[in-house]
Unconditional design. Structure first.
Ligand code: GDP
Length: 205
């Protein structure tokens, strides 16, 4: 992931999607799960994804791509990272939740180049009801997804293997779920190499 990454566009509705081209992976999660921090940590670019989350901010799919040849010998294949709008705001009005669901479901159903969605789960909270709803949406859309635990530095280190096992158990009957779970901490740089390797394998590199 040594290339510089650039933001190419925010997609508020499907007609603004970039033409299908390179393989893409997307990131989803409740607001405040640490999604921006993880994208910034993965790409090594602090300011890439916004880390402030304003409830009710414009709901867009944000596209990031590697910016060409870095000259460092670790160039990435053509690919895109898609930052999906956060969900689960406590105060979100129904229209906003419906708009989120429509944008996301249309995207999931229609995007042949989308190889996997990484669903981020806060290690302190585990899978909540609105996460379950999103997993069900992904199962319905038949889009492969994998759970990524975030902020593992916030729980006891000895609890991480147990949390991974519990999470794997919770998703094992879900048809589109990838069975393994990746544990990360953006703050401590943990699990980032595992996630990078998983992404590259997913896009067939
Ligand atoms: P987003 O709303 O999902 O994009 O979440 P952010 O990336 O903005 O993170 C939400 C909050 O969690 C911020 O205060 C971050 O500093 C904090 N955070 C994110 N990742 C980590 C992590 O790995 N460890 C710790 N301790 N805090 C984190």
């Amino acid at each position: 992931f040594g290339n510089p990454w650039i933001f190419i566009r925010g997609v508020p509705s499907l007609k603004f999607l970039p033409p299908e081209g390179p393989m893409e992976v997307a990131f989803a999660g409740r607001s405040n799960v640490g999604k921006s921090s993880l994208i910034n940590a993965l790409t090594g670019q602090k300011g890439l994804a916004r880390t402030s989350n304003t409830p009710g901010r414009t709901q867009e799919l944000n596209y990031f791509v590697p910016d060409g040849y870095s000259g460092e010998g670790d160039d990435l294949p053509p690919m895109a990272l898609v930052d999906m709008p956060g969900y689960g705001y406590a105060q979100a009005p129904k229209e906003q939740v419906d708009a989120w669901t429509k944008l996301v479901f249309d995207y999931l159903r229609g995007r042949a180049t989308l190889k996997r969605v990484y669903v981020l789960i806060d290690s302190r909270h585990g899978i909540k009801k609105n996460d379950e709803d999103v997993l069900t949406l992904l199962d319905k859309a038949a889009v492969s997804y994998q759970i990524v635990l975030t902020k593992t530095d916030k729980i006891k280190e000895a609890g991480v293997p147990r949390l991974i096992a519990e999470t794997m158990d919770k998703i094992k009957k879900r048809p589109a779920a990838y069975p393994a779970v990746i544990a990360t901490s953006s703050e401590k740089g943990k699990g980032l190499d595992d996630l990078r390797a998983a992404i590259l394998e997913t896009i067939g590199h």
